[in-house]
Design a protein around this ligand. Structure first.
Ligand code: F6R
Length: 603
C-alpha cells in the first residue's frame, strides 16, 4: 500500500529515499517516485511505474543539477486513477515550487479540483492527491510559508491523509497526518518522515508519532504544532531490532522463509508467555480488566486468527464470544462487560482503525494483538500484546497468523485463570500442550515439503478448490482457502463440512479438489464419503494415514486435549505450502500477489 519517506540529511538525500522506498516495497505498490531539491534550488522529480530498481537506476543516471540533502519519496498503490507515470507521486503545483506525497483518500477531491480548475489551476494527473499541491500553491502565493500554508489547507480537506510537502523556494519540508500514520525519525544522518517505521528503522534510532491534526516541520529542531500551539514533546520510541527487515538468507522468496520460520517464532512466543499462563500473571501484567464476554475484531488472515482465539475463550471459559469483520464493525453494539481484542499484524489497517473509533464510543476495554508495538493500533489500545513474529515481508500472512494464534491463546488461558474461570492445574496441562507446538509445526513442515510437491501436478489445472473442517478445524480451513486464493488467483471456498449438503456439494464433480482439515472429528468421515461418491479429489490433512499426515497426533506426544480447544494450528503449514507450490507452478509472484498490499491503509 502507499508509503511515504522524506528527509533532511547532511549527505545526499536520494540514497536514503531509495533505500527507504526499497524497505517499503513489501507493502505492495504500482508506481514509485522521489522529488529532491537540487543545488540550483529547483526540484528534480524522478518517477517510475516499474520497481524500485528502475527508480534507483534513474536516480544514479541523473544528469541535471546535483541532488541535495532534502527530498520526499512515495510508493503508490492505485486507488484513484490508473497506474501511469502522471499519476505517480510526488505531485507538483502549477509553478513547480511545491511537491507533495500523500497516503489516504481526499474525499472531497472532485469538488476541490473543480474549484481549483475554475481558478486557473492546471492538473497533470487524475489522482485526488494533486489537489493538495494546488491548494498549497494558492496559500503560498498569499505570502504564507509552507507551515502556515499547510495549516490553512488541512481545514479544506475531507478524508484521510498522511502527507508531506516540500517547498523548493526555502527548502522547508512539512508533514501532517489525519487518519493515516506518519512518523518523525531522528538519526545521526538527519531527520526523516516515514509512514512506517520499517522504512527508516535501519538507520533511525528514535522516532515520534504524529497525532491526528499535528503539523510538523522537518528540521534539526523540528517545529511541532498541535491545535495551533507547540505541544509537550511527544513520546520518543526506540526503533528496535524487531522493526528491521532480514534478508532472504538462502530462501528463494520471503514466503518460503516465513513459512519455515514458524517453529522458531512459536518457540520464541512460548518462551516469553507460557510461564504466565498457570499463574494468570500474563493477564495481570497486561492490566487486563474483568470481563464477561469477548468480541474480536480483524480483517482477512488476522480475522481468522482472532476467530480461533475467540473460540478458545468460549470453549475453555464458557464465555459468549463473537468475531467482527473490522470493515463492518461500525454497526456492532458492544455490550457492557465486553473485552474487545483487536488483531492486526501491521496495526495500521484503516478498517481496523475505523472499528477502533467505533468501539471506543462504547467505552469498551481494548487489547491489541499486533506484530507492531509502535503502530497506531498499539498507541490507541488500553493494552498491547506483541506477537513477536519479526518483520513479515511476503504480502500473504503466514508466520504472523501462527504468532497471533499462539499469542492470543496464551492471553486467553492466562485471563481465564486470573478470572477464576480455569483451574490452574488444567491451565498448566494446556500450557504444556502449547509447548509442544514448535515440534508439531516443525514436523508439519517436514511432512508438507515431502508430500505436497507430488500433489501439485494433479491440482494445478483445477479451477476451484473447496476447504472443509469441523469444530475447531473450520477456521483453519478458512485460512487455507484464503491463502490459496490470494496466492494462486483460483477460487477457493471454505465451509463447515456439515454445510456441504446444503449447497456447496453441487460444485463437486470428477476431480474437484477438496481439502479436509481432519482433526479426527468422526462426523468428517460421512462428509468425505459424500465428496468421494461424486468423484471429488479428497486431500486429507490429518493424522498418519492421511494424504498429508501433518497433524500433531501423528507424532507420539503426550497431549492433554488442548488442540481440541484451540484447533489444529499445525494444519495451516501444509495449506501455506500447498498455496505457495501451486502459485509457483502457475507462475505467480508469491511475495507480491496481484492487487494486494501488506498494510491496507485505505478503507
Ligand atoms: C492475507 C493477509 C490479509 C491481512 C489483512 C489484515 O494473507 O495478509 O488478509 O491479514 O489485510 O492485515 P493486518 O493484520 O495488518 O491488519
Amino acid at each position: 500500500m502507499c508509503g511515504i519517506i522524506a528527509c533532511r540529511t547532511a549527505s545526499p538525500a536520494a540514497p536514503f529515499l531509495v533505500r527507504g522506498l526499497r524497505l517499503l516495497e513489501y507493502r505492495g505498490y504500482d508506481s514509485i517516485g522521489v522529488a529532491v531539491l537540487t543545488s540550483g534550488g529547483s526540484t528534480a522529480v524522478i518517477r517510475s511505474v516499474n520497481r524500485v530498481d528502475d527508480l534507483a537506476n534513474m536516480v544514479d543516471g541523473w544528469s541535471g543539477q546535483p541532488l541535495g540533502g532534502i527530498g520526499i519519496g512515495h510508493t503508490r498503490w492505485a486507488t484513484h486513477g490508473a497506474v501511469t507515470m502522471a499519476n505517480a507521486h510526488p505531485h507538483l503545483d502549477c509553478t513547480g515550487r511545491v511537491a507533495v506525497v500523500h497516503n489516504g483518500i481526499i474525499e472531497n477531491a472532485d469538488e476541490l479540483r473543480h474549484e481549483l480548475s475554475a481558478g486557473g489551476h492546471e492538473f497533470a494527473s487524475a489522482v485526488d492527491s494533486e489537489v493538495i499541491s494546488h491548494l498549497l500553491e494558492n496559500e503560498l502565493e498569499t505570502g504564507k510559508d509552507l507551515n502556515k500554508a499547510m495549516q490553512a489547507i488541512v481545514l479544506k480537506l475531507a478524508g484521510t491523509w498522511a502527507m508531506v510537502a516540500m517547498d523548493s523556494r526555502d527548502g522547508r519540508v512539512v508533514g501532517t497526518a489525519h487518519g493515516s500514520p506518519l512518523l518523525l525519525g531522528h538519526s545521526a544522518h538527519g531527520v526523516f518522515f516515514a509512514s512506517d517505521v520499517s522504512a527508516i528503522g535501519d538507520w533511525v534510532d528514535q522516532f515520534q508519532a504524529l497525532d491526528d491534526g499535528d503539523i510538523v516541520e522537518l528540521a534539526a529542531e523540528p517545529v511541532w504544532i498541535r491545535s495551533g500551539a507547540a505541544p509537550q514533546p511527544p513520546r520518543l520510541w526506540s526503533a528496535d531490532r524487531s522493526t528491521r527487515q532480514g534478508g532472504l538468507d538462502g530462501h528463494p522468496d520471503y514466503m518460503h522463509a516465513e513459512i519455515d520460520e514458524q517453529p522458531e517464532v512459536a518457540a520464541r512466543i512460548l518462551d516469553e508467555l507460557a510461564n504466565g499462563i498457570p499463574t494468570g500473571s500474563l493477564w495481570r501484567n497486561l492490566d487486563g480488566p474483568a470481563f464477561e464476554r469477548i468480541a474480536v475484531i480483524g480483517c482477512g488472515t488476522s480475522l481468522n486468527a482472532a476467530a480461533v482465539v475467540a473460540q478458545a475463550f468460549g470453549r475453555l471459559g464458557g464465555l459468549s464470544h463473537r468475531s467482527l469483520v473490522a470493515s463492518e464493525a461500525v454497526s456492532a453494539v458492544i455490550e457492557p462487560g465486553t473485552l474487545v481484542l483487536v488483531f492486526s499484524q501491521s496495526g495500521e489497517t484503516a478498517d481496523i482503525m475505523r472499528a477502533v473509533d467505533h468501539v471506543q464510543t462504547f467505552g469498551a476495554s481494548m487489547l491489541a494483538v499486533t506484530n507492531n508495538p509502535h503502530s497506531s493500533l498499539a498507541r490507541r489500545s488500553d493494552s498491547v500484546v506483541t506477537c513477536q513474529a519479526g518483520p513479515e515481508i511476503g504480502v500473504a500472512a503466514t508466520k504472523t497468523f501462527t504468532a497471533q494464534v499462539i499469542t492470543g491463546v496464551c492471553v486467553a488461558l492466562s485471563a481465564l485463570v486470573a478470572q477464576g474461570r480455569l483451574d490452574r492445574s488444567r491451565a498448566r496441562e494446556l500450557a504444556d500442550d502449547l509447548r509442544h507446538l514448535p515440534d508439531m509445526l516443525a514436523q508439519a513442515l517436514v511432512v508438507s515439503k515431502d508430500v505436497i510437491p507430488s500433489l501439485v501436478g494433479d491440482l494445478v489445472s483445477a479451477s476451484g478448490f473447496l476447504f472443509l473442517g469441523r469444530g475447531p478445524g473450520v477456521t483453519f480451513a478458512e485460512e487455507g482457502a484464503l491463502k490459496l486464493k490470494e496466492l494462486t488467483y483460483r477460487w477457493a471456498e471454505a465451509y463447515p463440512a456439515g454445510e456441504l449438503k446444503h449447497g456447496p456439494l453441487a460444485l463437486v464433480e470428477s476431480g474437484t479438489p477438496v481439502i479436509v482439515v481432519d482433526n479426527d472429528d468422526r462426523r468428517l468421515r460421512g462428509n468425505v464419503a459424500e465428496v468421494e461418491a461424486r468423484g471429488g479429489r479428497v486431500i486429507r490433512i490429518g493424522s498418519s494415514g492421511s494424504t498429508i499426515p501433518a497433524l500433531g497426533r501423528s507424532i507420539d506426544l503426550p497431549l492433554a486435549g488442548g488442540m481440541d480447544q484451540w484447533g489444529p494450528l499445525e494444519s495451516v503449514i501444509p495449506m501455506q505450502v500447498l498455496a505457495r507450490e501451486l502459485a509457483l507452478a502457475l507462475g505467480r509472484d508469491v511475495d507480491k500477489p496481484r492487487n494486494l498490499a501488506k498494510s491496507v491503509t485505505v478503507d
